[in-house]
Design a protein around this ligand. Structure first.
Ligand code: NAP
Length: 440
């Protein structure tokens, strides 16, 4: 490469788990990256809170003046790896307004503000890339936006949160309860000090919003995603799942559905579900992620790998950085946001799945028929019923009924569960879980 090739100036915001790996790769693979891009990358600065000489990079690269860094004339691309919504949103908007291309891994920000960011990128005619925001190292955004650009995606379903998958895998393999599995995950660094975003499904919902937006050419935000977390899953749920030949996984499901009125809608939802062991998602264990994409012509595709961690996530960030830098060198742009379809969001009540309902009941004759009647009244058809004794210290102390339904709408099932809870014979509805797998 001749010496008069103009370098591509890069500012990295954040020097944490991901940022430090990105900076390392930019330095260690400088020659390869330059050959792939057609120009060398020049790291102009790194935005951090703590500017200090002990951070493993030349201190003169560090700055806590992020807004100044992203506006510098010699910066072409800003790589945002700071996290939370602010100050990242402001820094990205400033960068875009100054004509910089932006690469970010910030799913929390994207799931609320994609429209605003995409519009700013459009106004400035620059790139906004975010492969690392969903499923870490796993390429899923680019396959959806580019490889499948000529196909019609009908469903994207996956395990996109490593922390919850680690916890559920531990409960599955050891029989431990949720609290112990979470404590284990925290001790091993798989769960944050405050695990709410992961265990309550917010992180998975943010990713579902991003995936649904891209797959269905419709802006979907985190508020549009129906969400349930994993905190109520019990060892008894796993025992029943095993008896039914299933595992329990926290799924993010994005679907294009056509209602009885012929209207196409987008459904995006996150919840723990029973998944048959024969389905490829059932055996994705530990902190791994996997996404299954179904498209009309391509059929079913599966993407599997490390969904988090500094180096895996940096791989996805670098992929975006190389693409954005190539575009700069060639004076071109990658694909802009596609939102032409603007499909309405399907209310959860319209969604049909199979269900597993477990309830503690009075141990007396006739209970099963009164339970079955509540399902029948709302046309929720029962596929399988199990009645089990509940024991304490070898003594029978009650009974449990587990019902597995055929496909029913969420609205019909919710009404049924409310009615069951009102029955004298039902002491409590212990669990309601969806059973996914035939459609995903
Ligand atoms: P992290 O380890 O907490 O690092 C955050 C970095 O941002 C730190 O270096 C911090 O500076 C800097 N920073 C935070 N607020 C700042 C501010 N106001 N001004 C300047 N610098 C600021 O975070 P991470 O795990 O690398 O994650 C970065 C982003 O990648 C997040 O959006 C995350 O959601 C996303 N992501 C992470 C993973 C993963 O596995 N970690 C996977 C996918 C996506 P100091 O070092 O000075 O405190």
């Amino acid at each position: 490469m001749s010496d008069d090739v103009k370098p591509v100036g890069v500012a990295v915001l954040g020097l944490g788990n991901v940022g430090s790996e990105v900076v390392r790769i930019i330095k260690d693979s400088a020659d390869d990256l330059a050959a792939r891009i057609g120009a060398p990358l020049a790291l102009r600065g790194i935005g951090v809170r703590r500017v200090a000489p002990d951070r493993g990079v030349p201190v003169e690269l560090l700055t806590d003046k992020v807004e100044e860094l992203v506006s510098r004339e010699d910066v072409d691309i800003v790589v945002e790896l700071m996290g939370p919504v602010e100050p990242s949103r402001k820094a990205i908007l400033t960068a875009l307004e100054h004509g910089k291309s932006v690469v970010t891994a910030n799913k929390a920000l994207l799931s609320t503000s994609t429209g605003e960011l995409a519009q700013a990128a459009e106004n400035a005619q620059v790139d906004l890339y975010f492969e690392a925001a969903v499923a870490g190292a796993i390429p899923v955004i680019r396959p959806l936006t580019q490889s499948l650009a000529g196909d019609t995606v009908v469903r994207v379903a996956g395990i996109v949160n490593g922390t919850t998958n680690y916890i559920l895998s531990a409960m599955d393999s050891t029989g431990t309860d949720y609290e112990s599995a979470l404590a284990d995950a925290s001790a091993l660094g798989y769960a944050e000090a405050d695990p709410t975003a992961d265990v309550e499904g917010y992180d998975a919902a943010a990713k579902a919003a991003i995936l649904a937006s891209i797959a269905f050419h419709t802006r979907v935000t985190a508020d549009d995603v129906y969400r349930e977390g994993i905190t109520k899953i019990t060892p008894a749920d796993f025992a029943t799942a095993h008896a039914l030949g299933c595992n329990i996984k926290l799924l993010s499901i994005c679907e294009r559905i056509t209602g009885d009125d012929g209207q196409e809608r987008v459904s995006a939802r996150v919840y723990p579900a029973l998944v048959p062991l024969t389905h490829p998602l059932a055996t994705v264990s530990g902190a791994f992620n996997a996404v299954v994409v179904e498209a009309e012509a391509a059929g079913r595709l599966m993407f599997y790998g490390q969904g988090a961690g500094g180096a895996p996530t940096a791989s996805a960030v670098l992929g975006d950085l190389v693409m954005a830098a190539r575009n700069r060198v060639l004076g071109s742009r990658g694909p802009k946001e596609s939102k032409y379809a603007q499909l309405p969001i399907a209310p959860m009540g319209l969604i049909s799945t199979r269900y597993y309902v477990s309830m503690n009941v009075a141990d007396r004759p006739g209970v099963l028929s009164s339970v079955a009647a509540e399902f029948a009244k709302r046309e929720v058809s029962i596929a399988e019923v199990r009645q089990e004794g509940v024991e304490d210290g070898g003594r029978r102390v009650g009974a449990r009924i587990v019902v597995v339904t055929h496909s029913a709408t969420d609205a019909a099932l919710s009404e049924t569960v409310d009615a069951l809870a009102d029955l004298d014979a039902v002491l409590g509805v212990a669990s309601v879980l969806r059973l996914e797998g035939s459609g995903i």
